[in-house]
Write a protein that binds this ligand. Sequence first.
Ligand code: XMP
Length: 514
Amino acid sequence: LVLVVDFGAQYAQLIARRVREARVYSEIVPHTMPVEEMLAREPKAIILSGGPESVYEEGAPRLDPALFERDVPVFGICYGFMAMAAALGGEVANTGKREYGRTDVTVTQPGTLLAGLPQQLRSWMSHGDEVTAPPAGFTVNATSPRATVAAFEDVARQRAGVQWHPEVMHSEHGQEILEHFLVDIAGCRQTWTMVNIVDEQVERIREQVGDKRAICALSGGVDSSVAAALVQRAIGDQLTCVFVDHGLLRKGEAEQVERDYVAATDVRLRVVDVSEQFLGALAGVTEPEEKRKIIGREFIRTFEAAEREVIAETVGEPVEFLVQGTLYPDVVESGGGEGAANIKSHHNVGGLPDDLQFTLVEPLRTLFKDEVRQVGEQLGLPPEMVWRHPFPGPGLAIRIIGSVDADRLRILRDADAIVREEIAAAGLERDIWQFPVVLLADVRSVGVQGDGRTYGHPIVLRPVTSEDAMTADWGRLPYDLLERISTRITNEVSEVNRVTLDITSKPPGTIEWE
Ligand code: XMP
């Protein structure tokens, strides 16, 4: 176990992921955790993350020097690097010389940390202070235009640090630097793999659930599918999955759950087709929040009815456990903590209420999305499910701008299917985070097709790249691919006579249009 001390959440998560990519298990802890508590977990190493740009900033988190009274290896990154230098008696100057973004770092003395790397490293920086003298016993490994000391190490005491962010993709050789610390300086063993995870979780779930019953709301998304498959492997028919087909999924997705998923997992599945009911409830509604509320409400009703039926079938035996596909980032963001509490985070099931009294089973609580996908592959789930893009609970209803009806759903489904086919054919599925296709159902535009004037609807393409959906950039797709998509949609979906591209980042835009 390697602990990543969180001085600024987005950095800590990325670092924890990179450490795991090095096949060393890592967890994030808040910087407010007492050092004693950190050490009680017997970490093989501790990594101090980036955070505010200056250790002199008001309210900047403090680093307890007690951390260095023990033998645990420590690596400091950016803020963590400066905080470490200051705590060990080095000099940190508030020079006001800020360094942001791409910076060339010069390796002056590779040592162990930067062994085998080129002399110039393009790196990502973001700092306002500068380490001007390393603590006693440290060797300086690199400098940058604005930092006399940009990296240092004390191999004998198993400590090192860098001023830049080796965890971000723009930093060259970042992963190698992390591994040099983890393996060559801290002596960690690289044994963390997804194969162990499946066995370990199956064991744990059996222990937790015993011979009781569990239920899971399957959405067709990666998280709930993998969570349910794991639980099925552990407890078999004690688990019932409920798939609420609200009629707002994309083409082929309901079939994927009903047919391919069941074939792959042998899960006991209860499909409730309530598309008519949902369409009725949504009729004439245009306001996005109103749509969400209606869908949430109908979903809960349906789920509760399904639960009652499951109970009736098992002669009144209650269902005690609810399976949720909660991931590690959700756990970190909601304040971390161990153990399964009663239901509180339910974004994965589209809003189950607090008074549903279940104990949660969350087998993915320690995993990042990419790891969940690997587990899904291990479990033999269909690749189209494992690699599915995130899809919102309210489905296509929030991608139809205007009211929702069967006709509009068909138009959007057809256009969306073409987009997915073309993206798959171009082999770009895994380069794009998500690709909403939006129907401007209340907007009409004039066009010409053949000899005739048309008066049809525009479709908006919204490809985005992202790491976590909190921020996103619009996806730069090749023009010829965009052309193919546009031509096919306007030819094959007769109601659409215009295809447009959304080139807004998030912020200011959100990923979805509603
Ligand atoms: P936005 O549009 O806020 O979306 O940038 C961020 C991510 O969340 C998804 N999303 C939802 N997921 N229920 C969900 O389960 C919702 O109501 C919902 N709204 C947005 C969106 O697809 C993106 O991945």
